[in-house]
Write a protein that binds this ligand. Structure first.
Ligand code: F6P
Length: 323
């Protein structure tokens, strides 16, 4: 019987458990023996494997996080680290390794595959910045979590005629900020992809009051040129001239911990099954993502090291609709 291993790597994302469940149950159904690798690549290089059957993935589809545990492991950037991983894969007679994760994880998968490992990636990151997929596991749930916070902040902002700044995750890609900003009706959105100066953020917030709004909300990506800390300093320094205060909420890791919504459960399920299809067909060295509403694969060598930017043209739309 052929053996398939599955691991989750990098930042956890809601829907990873749905993907683990789909990989395990569909692989068992297709005749594989399945092993789960604990704590991502860290567990791989240390041989931390455990057998997994259908019942081991019961009651997890609705849970955020990852049942297998995850780490940000940098060791695969070294020849030594990759050799340890290959040694463990050989020792455990792994015919296919499924890696559920984001950019760093898929780059690690690409490096392992280049060294001869039978790897298949599954696109999973709340940032939705992976090349080769329209959407990645976890992104829509993370937006919903951010959106709920923005909705709550708007209630108090409107009641007290205040300006709020909400910082959302996204170091290199502004997808989360853009989506949460548009659907949360923000007056200002700042992304890593576009330089937005503090003076123009202040101007837009002030203009919102001038237009008769009872609140003003700015959604800022953590990786924007001026993040919430920098903006707080600016607003503090210029408080008297600006004539209004800014209150700040950093959502941080709260965005990662949501219970996966319908979309992420389905996405994890479809991508998990498609990864096992690839294993059955011995198609390795690719990442399974979603393109045009269907599971689609992209060579890991094309995915590695790239970041897909947010669609900044949507910023114009956001500003028009916030008028
Ligand atoms: O997994 C992606 C992400 O949540 C980014 O949005 C964020 O910048 C980063 O991870 C935070 O990383 P860590 O959990 O290691 O602090």
């Amino acid at each position: 019987m052929q053996r398939l291993a599955v691991l989750t790597s990098g930042g956890d994302a809601p829907g990873m458990n749905a993907a683990i469940r789909a990989v395990v149950r569909s692989a068992v159904g297709r005749g594989f023996e399945v092993v789960g690798v604990r704590d991502g690549y860290n567990g791989l290089v240390n041989g931390d494997f455990r057998p997994m059957g259908r019942r081991d993935v019961g009651g997890i589809i609705h849970l955020g996080g990852t049942q297998l545990g995850t780490t940000r492991y940098e060791g695969l950037k070294t020849v030594q680290g990759r050799e340890s991983a290959l040694r463990e894969l050989r020792a455990h007679e792994i015919a296919a390794l499924v890696v559920i994760g984001g950019n760093g994880s898929q780059s690690g998968a690409a490096a392992l595959h280049a060294d001869g490992a039978p790897v298949i990636g599954i696109a999973s990151t709340i940032d939705n910045d992976l090349y080769g997929t329209d959407i990645s596991i976890g992104a829509t749930t993370a937006i919903d979590v951010a959106l709920q916070a923005i909705d709550h902040l708007r209630v108090t902002a409107s009641s007290m005629k205040r300006a709020f700044l909400v910082e959302v995750m996204g170091r290199k890609c502004g997808y989360l900020a853009l989506m949460a900003g548009i659907t949360g009706g923000a007056e200002v959105i700042a992304l890593p992809e576009v330089d937005t100066e503090p003076a123009s953020i202040a101007e837009e917030l002030y203009a919102a009051y001038q237009r008769g709004k009872s609140h003003a909300i700015a959604v800022i990506a953590e990786g924007a040129k001026y993040n919430s800390d920098a903006l707080m300093r600016y607003f503090h320094e210029h408080r008297e001239r600006l004539g209004f205060e800014l209150r700040v909420t950093k959502l941080g890791h709260i965005q990662r911990g949501g219970s996966p919504g319908v979309f992420d459960r389905m996405l994890g399920t479809l991508l998990g099954v498609a990864a096992v299809d690839a294993a059955v067909e011995r198609r390795y060295g690719l990442m399974i993502g979603m393109r045009d509403g269907k599971p689609a694969s992209t060579p890991l060598s094309e995915v590695a090291g790239k970041t897909r930017p947010a669609e900044t043209r949507l910023l114009d739309l956001a500003y028009q609709l916030a008028l």
